[in-house]
Design a protein around this ligand. Structure first.
Ligand code: ATP
Ligand code: MG
Length: 429
């Protein structure tokens, strides 16, 4: 039989690693609550047209990274979402979420892009994103950047830099675009195939190239920053002054253009030098024209998305400790006849908040195994206590609580009043 395996570039997330994921998600939920962002969940599959219209036809994602297919039953063209902003905007428009003012939203979930799998780059990967929809002010760009910055702090992440740029407004980009095309036309010989193809369709995107052979020509290209009008400059200055007041360091990266067409004014990335080529852990910006472009009443918005795998990889490389997943107690069951009492007791303990793992028979073992073997398992589980449901104890209506991490003696605890001692088993979390 052919061996079954996960699709290349799509990973299983297994224990104990999954505990890191859950911990990260918890930190995010708690932070989002404090900043007033509320969860939105949109479908993983959307009509292909949503992404073509939302992201722009001449983008890496739409040109070559989308998992698109035809629904066999009705012939619809569908795509596994490569990012979530387009879906969030669709939902905002479809449900007229802005009827009573702006909305602060966040999401987490899998995204799909057909890329060459490598460290920090997968075909199914996960993003967490925040979107502030319906807010025009530069203070919201700052708020959403401060939110991401606070997340790094709460996760204990170090060495993350903030890079900023402004893409200005469409009119300003038009003038810059003409200058950029003229410049690039003079340097045709230095351009790769992608760049040559995009020279007239999407020249700004050429600045986003990862091709080292093109760095020099791109570095000397006309800077969009030099084409911005006073309002765009002021918008960026406002963001910068709020970040300064909050003590968040930033630097301008004039080459930062982002991979999607929908951005204007502020764009930003959080980058690290510790992940090799995949150094961007979070990117975002303002997208004031997307909602109108998607058929909604025009409304401004700003957002970001972070790559969960990259953030976790960075945490791992910075040797962040694993969150504690050890049980409080481990139930030792010398005799299978006691199982009904044992399980009824554990049920009550868990309802009272105790994390207790029950010993259970291994597939290749005879019965539950000796007391000694079970105590060894209890120890290996990392639990602080073993709960020994021995015949003598049960006859006396009790369970023996044996500390595993300290030398104090084992003590009997009554089965009739579990609530009286349940709390004494719990470790602070
Ligand atoms: P890159 O330049 O690395 O391809 P991107 O500009 O395509 O990134 P975005 O679309 O802005 O990335 O997505 C936001 C974040 O999602 C990225 O900063 C990154 O952390 C993460 N990300 C993007 N693509 C992948 C992928 N294929 N695998 C893992 N994480 C990814
Ligand atoms: Mg990409």
């Amino acid at each position: 039989m052919q061996k079954l395996a996960a699709i290349k570039g799509m990973n299983d997330i297994l224990p104990p690693d999954s505990a890191r994921w859950e911990w990260l998600e918890e930190v995010v939920r708690s932070l989002m609550r404090r900043y007033g962002y509320r969860a939105i969940r949109t479908p993983i599959v959307e009509p292909t047209a949503l992404f073509v219209r939302g992201l722009g036809e001449v983008t890496d994602i739409v040109e070559k990274e989308m998992y698109s297919f035809e629904d066999r039953l009705n012939g619809e063209q569908l795509t596994l979402r490569p990012e979530a902003t387009a879906g969030v905007v669709r939902a905002v428009v479809e449900h007229t979420l802005l009827h009573d003012g702006g909305k602060r939203l966040y999401y987490m979930g899998p995204m799909f892009r057909h890329e060459r799998p490598q460290r920090g780059r997968y075909r199914q990967f996960h993003q967490i994103g925040a979107e502030a929809v319906g807010f025009p002010g530069a203070e919201m760009d700052a708020e959403i950047i401060l939110l991401a910055h606070a997340l790094w702090a709460e996760l204990g992440l170090a060495n993350v830099r903030l890079e900023l740029n402004s893409l200005g407004e469409p009119e300003e980009r038009k003038v810059h675009r003409a200058a950029l095309i003229a410049y690039l036309e003079q340097h045709q010989e230095a351009l790769d195939d992608d760049a040559r193809r995009r020279l007239h369709s999407n020249p700004l995107r050429i600045l986003d190239t990862k091709n080292p052979a093109m760095q020099a020509v791109v570095d000397a290209a006309p800077r969009l920053m030099d084409y911005l009008g006073e309002a765009s400059r002021q918008h960026l200055r406002t963001v910068q002054s709020i970040l300064d007041a909050a003590g968040v360091a930033w630097s301008i990266n004039p080459r930062l253009v982002r991979g999607m067409d929908y951005y204007n004014l502020t764009v930003f990335e959080f980058v690290t030098d510790e992940l090799g080529a995949q150094g961007t852990i979070c990117g975002g910006g303002r997208y004031d024209y997307l909602i109108g472009q998607m058929g909604g009443r025009p409304a401004p918005a700003v957002g970001w998305a972070l790559g969960v795998e990259r953030v976790l990889e960075l945490l791992r490389s910075q040797a962040r400790e694993l969150p504690d997943v050890r049980p409080d107690a481990y139930a030792v069951v010398p005799d299978a006849a006691a199982l009904p009492v044992v399980m009824a007791t554990l049920q009550r303990l868990r309802a009272l908040g105790v994390a207790v793992q029950m010993h259970s028979a291994a597939a290749n073992a005879q019965g539950l195994g000796s007391m000694k073997a079970q105590l060894k398992k209890a120890d290996a589980s990392g639990a602080r206590f073993a709960l020994i449901f021995g015949a003598d104890e049960l006859a006396a209506g009790a369970v023996a609580v044996k500390p595993l991490r300290e030398t104090s003696a084992q003590r009997p605890c009554p089965l009739t009043d579990v609530a009286a001692w349940a709390a004494s088993l719990q470790s602070p979390r």
